[in-house]
Write a protein that binds this ligand. Sequence first.
Ligand SMILES: [Zn+2]
Length: 200
Amino acid sequence: MLHAPALTGRERIRLRRMQRSLARARRGSNRRGRVKHAVARLRARETDRRKDWAEKASTGIARRFDVIRVEDLKIGNMTRSARGTRENPGRNVRAKAGLNRGILGSGWGLLVRRLEDKAPGRVEKIKAHYTSQRCSACGQVDPESRESQARFVCTACGFACHADVNAAKNIAAGHAVTARGGDGVTRPLNREPHLLLQSA
Ligand SMILES: [Zn+2]
């Protein structure tokens, strides 16, 4: 369970307060300039924290594991499509905007890029299809097994665990077809790395 750092609760409150005062400040005023600068500094601090985290996490994972399987998240597509166009406005824009913030906020893309740099040829991207609906114990695929965002309970065999851990086990086992072809199940399961990222 990896946790990407984010702004602390206090920092988020400060950021919100500054953004409100920015909305009230007169254009071109000194105060506006000062607040804008402070907002930028806070955002830069968050970015630095994530970069630092991605460096350390990717180094540790690249050292500890031979094969590293990650979920193949199409971050670009996810962020682009939500809003839609004027002729064809996107649906569920609010919900999707929340998801996007979570995915981008977690520093996923950065972590995967650094992993690929540090473990060349050892990172495999696994298609995400059904990884969250498939039981990692018996292989049954059923959307009903996803009891909640956090909990997986298999409708066939009763296997229960954290929903993200269940999905990670499917990915680690190379359940979906890998980039190299084949089903990817070539090593004993207990040697497989589990990489799981949660947004903070
Ligand atoms: Zn099952």
